[in-house]
Design a protein around this ligand. Structure first.
Ligand code: GLU
Length: 423
């Protein structure tokens, strides 16, 4: 792992080692998790509408298949690197294990700023990327899903491209599809709803009510906006939100439904908060919600937002991680030293992959569940993952991040032993 020192991946390895150490596991029992099982790097020419061509690179990393087929999203992001994709793939392994899903972990990334692309360029890019990863994906091998800057339409194109390749309609190749193509009811809201549910759960454990709790959300993509919407609807006071353009702050609480309506008024593309009419709200920086005078902060933007220096400026008592990897190892340690409760990503944002799993199960059986059935099952699985983590944290007198990794690790190590891979 020498080339990955000081990287997000090595940061995650430090978390893994902390959890393994507490469980008393020798390295030989978890060494299969130290590096991804498979890393694919692809490159392809993309012809733009004006006729010019650029070579685009992308990745698909399959971290571990000990618990089942690989599962994880694909993101379009100009800063995507193999280190980032490997880290996110490993997080999927732990996330699926923690929620008891029969999946391993994977992640894909394409190095592009999708805001530069027209709809037809986006479709071409998606089809060519799919064609490049086809040798390693499949409904029983590796199932993709939306992630940063990808959505149900992108999944629809992947279904079509893969189905053309196999010669038969295959909706189960991805999850997070449009409902019309076999998507599951409740999938779009699942991650944000789960974040809301776990915020409520942890507040309850600390004897606090959601009603009146002051919350700030960094990132108003699908996950952040949905979490903010549920929190607002259930009586929390959302005082700060942000996107890449800026943040909005109102000490008595923002009008979340109106802000969400504004974001959706861009016709296909999210409209920026910088264009939101400023009546009664104060404009703040895009990162400022993390440092607001609130009870709960929800980082819902991207990784590495809270490192040790930022952790000193957090005023909240609870950090509920909606993004993947928003807090570094040192950031987590600094927050814990200040007695701030860190609710880890692999627990809080698992709602998405849990409903992805429901979608895949429905597709394989050619069934379609009601929204209530999806929601009830989702709540059941999230509450059990929360309870398992909470109980282990108490048993070992440790924090929720370490405990969540421990729950996941125990299951992975047990399965690996039983499979007896090359040992
Ligand atoms: N991209 C989401 C995540 O990071 C969802 C993955 C999935 O549904 O497979 O959890």
């Amino acid at each position: 792992m020498s080339e990955q020192n000081n990287s997000a991946y090595s940061d995650l390895l430090r978390m893994l080692e902390k959890a393994a150490h507490l469980l008393g596991l020798p390295k030989t029992e978890y060494d299969f998790l130290l590096e991804p099982e498979r890393e694919l790097k692809v490159a392809f020419p993309l012809t733009f509408d004006d006729g010019h061509v650029e070579i685009i690179s992308g990745y698909r990393t399959q971290h571990s298949s000990v618990l089942g087929p690989f599962k994880g999203g694909v993101r379009y992001f100009e800063g995507a690197t193999s280190d980032e994709v490997n880290t996110l793939a490993a997080l999927m392994t732990y996330k699926c294990a923690l929620s008891n899903l029969p999946y391993g972990g994977a992640k894909g990334g394409v190095r592009i700023d999708p805001r530069r692309l027209s709809r037809s360029e986006l479709e071409r890019l998606t089809r060519i990327y799919t064609e490049r990863v086809i040798p390693i994906i499949g409904p029983q091998k590796d199932i993709m899903a939306p992630d940063m800057n990808t959505n149900s339409q992108v999944m629809g194109w992947i279904v079509d491209e893969y189905s053309r390749f196999t010669g038969q309609y295959c909706p189960e190749i991805v999850t997070g599809k449009p409902i019309e193509l076999g998507g599951s009811l409740g999938r779009v809201q699942a991650t944000g709803f789960g974040v809301f549910r776990l915020t409520r759960n942890v507040l309850e454990k600390y004897g606090r009510e959601l009603r009146g709790t002051r919350v700030a959300v960094q990132g108003m993509g699908n996950v952040g906006a949905t979490a903010a919407q549920y929190l607002h609807a259930e009586g929390a006071v959302v005082v700060a939100v942000s996107d890449i353009s800026c943040g909005l702050y109102c000490s008595s609480g923002l009008n979340i439904p109106e802000i969400i309506e504004h974001i959706h008024s861009g016709g296909g593309r999210p409209r920026l908060l910088a264009d939101y009419p400023a009546d009664g709200v104060i404009r703040i920086g895009a990162k400022d919600p993390l440092f607001a005078d609130v009870d709960v902060i929800i980082p819902a933007a991207m990784e590495n937002q809270i490192d040790a220096p930022e952790a000193q400026n957090v005023q909240a008592k609870f950090v509920v991680e909606a993004a993947n990897g928003p807090t570094t190892y040192d950031g987590t340690e600094a927050l814990l030293k200040r007695d701030i409760v860190v609710m880890p990503d692999i627990l809080c944002n698992a709602g998405g992959v849990i409903v992805s799993y429901f979608e895949w199960v429905q597709n394989l059986q050619r069934l379609s569940w009601s929204e209530t059935e999806v929601r009830d099952r989702l709540m059941g699985m999230m509450d059990s993952a929360f309870a398992a983590t909470w109980d282990l944290a108490r048993e070992y007198s440790t924090d929720m991040r370490t405990a969540a990794m421990m729950v996941a690790l125990k299951r992975l190590v047990a399965a690996n032993k039983l499979r007896g891979m090359y040992r």
